[in-house]
Design a protein around this ligand. Structure first.
Ligand SMILES: C[S@@+](CC[C@H](N)C(=O)[O-])C[C@H]1O[C@@H](n2cnc3c(N)ncnc32)[C@H](O)[C@@H]1O
Length: 282
């Protein structure tokens, strides 16, 4: 190991620099960074020191905060602090509700095209699961056509989501009939990867969007919004801020899904609970 690499390996993030970084991350993304996260941030940022050619955390923080490096570094800084855990058919009762309640109600209301949004989509498992359910409903029940917007703050996950390639074990929750319709195996059986079929990939448009941003637009109001397992990283005022903005994007009669460990208790929002962690805008 060179002397510089060794210095980077053993350098420590000071509390002062942690406070500067955590304040920026919180203000920009809403993600809470309490003091207990110092070691986590230190570990995850070490490779950014190498990537930006800085010899220490002090140099890195001077580079981003005092020498104008923040603009170019912000995307990577955010990529290292986001937690991207996701699964196909995660919290499956949401997808049962979608198939059995929400889609029949939207179809009965005469809707020709469902507009759906996965607002913290990570590597794409959530919007592709939505697409499988919507496509099945369209084919088997002569349901409405649909389009899905999938967004996230992290550019890293969006790149992987667009490719739609996943390790085979990740596909285990996908029912067999859907596997046959919507998932391709690698031609080389030694490659343990699977890919979402092109027709389904085409139904999902990926874009970078910060839920903290007051000025974002998503076009026409959405009939389905999934905002799952991202609110937990925000404090209550931030959750209220994000959900107030999100509800403005929800059509009347549209549904909002939040994660099972998330809650909107005591928030002023124009929605009514209709099932566990599922809400409708009247
Ligand atoms: C744990 S994943 C949840 C993925 C998926 N919704 C699910 O439930 O499986 C949380 C995602 O929220 C994204 N995220 C965090 N802060 C965000 C923000 N301010 N705006 C948009 N996305 C954000 C992260 O990049 C991450 O991909």
């Amino acid at each position: 190991m060179s002397a510089v690499a060794s210095k980077v390996q053993h350098d420590r993030l000071s509390e002062r620099n942690f406070r500067r970084l955590s304040a920026y991350i919180y203000n920009y993304s809403g993600i809470k960074m309490p003091p207990g996260k110092l070691t986590m941030l230190e570990g995850r940022l070490r490779r950014r020191l190498r990537a930006t050619g800085q010899n220490s955390f002090d140099d890195y923080c001077n580079f981003i905060f005092d020498k104008g490096g923040l603009e170019q570094e912000s995307i990577y800084l955010i990529d290292v602090v986001t937690t991207n855990k996701t699964d196909f058919f995660r919290e499956p009762n949401h997808f049962d509700f979608l198939r059995d309640e929400a889609l029949p109600a939207l179809a009965a209301a005469g809707l020709r095209r469902v507009r759906a949004w996965s607002s913290a989509c990570s590597i794409g498992a959530e919007p592709y699961t939505m697409a499988m359910v919507l496509e099945d409903f369209k084919r088997d029940k002569r349901g409405p056509d649909y389009q899905i917007l999938a967004s996230d703050l992290s550019t890293d996950v969006l790149e992987r989501a667009r490719r739609g390639i996943y390790p085979a074990p990740m596909m285990e929750p996908v029912p067999d009939a859907m596997m046959r319709r919507y998932v391709m195996r690698a031609l080389d059986p030694r490659r343990p990867e699977m890919r979402i079929v092109p027709d389904l990939r085409r139904k999902v448009g990926f874009t970078r969007l910060n839920l903290m941003d007051d000025a974002y637009t998503v076009g026409e109001p959405m009939h389905l919004i999934f905002c799952r397992n991202v609110l937990i990283y925000f404090d209550k005022p931030t959750q209220q801020h994000v959900l107030t903005r999100l509800c403005k994007c929800l059509a009347d009669g549209g549904y909002l899904f939040i994660g099972h460990s998330e809650s909107v208790t005591a928030m002023e929002l124009p929605i009514r609970q209709i099932a566990n962690t599922i809400f409708v805008k009247d």
